[in-house]
Design a binder for this molecule. Structure first.
Ligand SMILES: *Cc1c(COP(=O)(O)O)cnc(C)c1O
Length: 404
């Protein structure tokens, strides 16, 4: 991968015709180092968030050895890159029979999640009643504190979880309980509530558990969305986990795990787009909701940005813009507000930050806009970070302008 000092230098050298992805290896190692050293348990990276091999390899180089996968191709990818060195956790609660069979028999996957008796039966049948399964029952928990809720789709309610836990305990070598508080969770109490619920459910079932997996959901920072520092999430989890262990027979042996996606990789990725036309405060750019900016569409995420004008001065006054993406669909619209200099014009490049998570991977080829996968590495700080010196969110000026 080509390396540059900063985004400005990269754009000047490449003059990209298509969206250009920026990778900040330093930001990734900072995030990985923080999770690996501060989280009081095992850290699994949720591959779906950003499965680019250069991201996976960089996480591996930092010491990440556990990966949350949700499909057979993700299993195959992780095995191809890391062989036996990676432990894979198939944490999608609804898997095809083929995926279960091949994951277990061909790719040595032993960890599976489920939220129904039917899925338990599928797993037992397709693994020929394997005796070495680590099975995680996923609880449905309130996702009230999250920007993106997952609770309607996955998880079993606390009442129905009781008989399921008993059944799974009978068949599993190791039994885990897991949940997901929803993505971009803005309050540590969400984890407290979920762990207490897990504790109550386990007690009601009268089973012993081997693993508590608190899932993903750890927040990154976006304009207008500043979360509490990550260590407050970790200490809430640690406190509740300690209470859980002390109230349970054999509790000292319970293993704690988490499955971050967004918080690990968001800051390490950005995309550089080009303005193709301006109409008043509307900019027509060359990436959009069918590309890497899906979350700027319906989920209404606002991303930090800056103008990367390579020739000439830039107006000092900012205006709130909205974006249209390149496809012919009117849904390819990003409301923003995206603050940029008032003289932003056709031909200008814009860096859109915090797109290392759920960005590039959403890209479709709709309407013929299938950008090349070009990415370059830069040495610069991300536009926003939660991994600053104090581990408190800081904003290095999303409105900052770089001009020649
Ligand atoms: C998506 C997902 C994650 C990662 O979630 P983030 O909110 O990005 O941290 C973790 N676990 C499971 C099961 C997921 O589906």
């Amino acid at each position: 991968m080509q390396r540059f000092k900063d985004a400005y230098t990269a754009v000047e050298a490449v003059q990209p015709e298509n969206p250009l992805f920026l990778f900040r290896p330093d930001a990734l190692s900072k995030a990985a180092g923080f999770f690996l050293s501060q989280f009081p348990g095992t850290v699994l990276y949720a591959i779906k968030t950003n499965p680019e091999p250069y991201v996976l390899k960089a996480l591996y180089a930092e010491g990440v050895r556990h990966f949350d996968v949700a499909s057979l191709p993700e299993v195959v990818l992780a095995r191809k890159l890391f062989g036996k060195d990676a432990t894979l956790y198939f944490m999608h609660t609804v898997k095809s029979r083929q995926a279960i069979r091949e994951a277990y028999h061909t790719h040595n996957v032993r960890h599976f999640s489920l939220d129904s008796e039917e899925e338990l039966m599928k797993i037992l049948q397709e693994t020929d009643n394997a005796k070495d399964l680590c099975l995680y029952v996923r609880l449905a928990i309130p996702n009230n504190y999250a920007e993106l809720s997952l609770t309607d789709k996955f998880g079993i309610n606390a009442v129905d979880a009781v008989p399921l836990l008993k059944k799974v305990r009978w068949h599993a070598a190791k039994l885990g309980i897991c949940f997901h508080v929803g993505s971009q969770c803005m309050h540590p109490d969400a984890y407290r509530i979920a762990i207490r619920m897990a504790r109550k459910t386990i007690r009601a079932a009268g089973v012993s558990v081997d693993m508590l997996d608190v899932g993903g959901g750890f927040p990154s920072v976006y304009p207008g969305m500043t979360p509490p520092p990550l260590h407050t999430f970790f200490s809430a989890i640690q406190e509740e986990f300690a209470a859980m262990k002390s109230g349970m027979k054999g509790g000292d042996n319970i293993q704690l795990m988490c499955e971050p996606g967004r918080a690990l990789v968001a800051e390490s990725g950005a995309v550089v787009v080009r303005v193709e036309l301006r109409k008043h405060e509307m900019l027509y750019i060359n990436d959009g909701t069918y590309g890497s900016l899906f979350d700027a569409g319906m989920p209404h995420f606002v991303f930090p940005l800056r103008l990367l004008r390579t020739n000439g001065d830039v107006a000092p006054t900012m205006l709130p813009f909205s974006f249209f993406g390149p496809t012919c669909d009117t849904l390819d619209f990003m409301k923003g507000p995206f603050y940029l200099p008032e003289d932003t014009a056709e031909g200008d490049y814009i860096e859109i930050g915090q797109l290392g998570a759920y960005g590039r991977i959403f890209t479709t080829g709709f309407n013929g806009f299938a950008p090349e996968k070009k990415a370059v590495a830069i040495k610069e700080e991300p536009l926003m970070t939660v991994f600053g010196e104090s581990h408190a969110p800081t904003m290095s000026g999303p409105l900052e302008i770089i001009a020649a």
